[in-house]
Design a protein around this ligand. Structure first.
Ligand code: CA
Ligand code: CA
Length: 103
């Protein structure tokens, strides 16, 4: 099953979706860096983060459909592809993964 990883301080995911990871690498000028971060991971299409993709997720996207930040029904959870708007692309992600669940 394909999974996505996101860095998102707004999301409230169940504890099992968080993992603390050490990050290492190099900056553009070659300077090495090391840091730790908490990374939230969830299934694509699992809008409400309950471990399964079902009608509840489709409803959340449908309710926020057409919205963008600042609008009354805007819900960042419904913005599956994180492009700043809730549209058919987000609904497609839910539909594509409909019926999937965490083992
Ligand atoms: Ca769900
Ligand atoms: Ca979107």
């Amino acid at each position: 099953m394909k999974r996505c990883a996101r860095w998102d301080k707004w999301r409230c995911l169940p504890k099992r979706h968080y993992a603390k990871r050490a990050l290492t690498g190099q900056l553009h000028d070659g300077t090495p860096f090391e840091a730790s971060a908490v990374i939230a991971v969830r299934m694509p299409g699992d809008v409400n983060c309950d471990g399964k993709v079902n009608v509840k997720d489709a409803y959340i996207v449908a309710y926020a459909f057409g919205e963008c930040p600042g609008r009354p029904r805007w819900n960042p959870l419904a913005d599956e592809n994180e492009d700043g708007k809730v549209d058919v692309k987000d609904y497609y992600i839910v539909c594509k993964h409909y019926g999937e669940f965490e083992p």
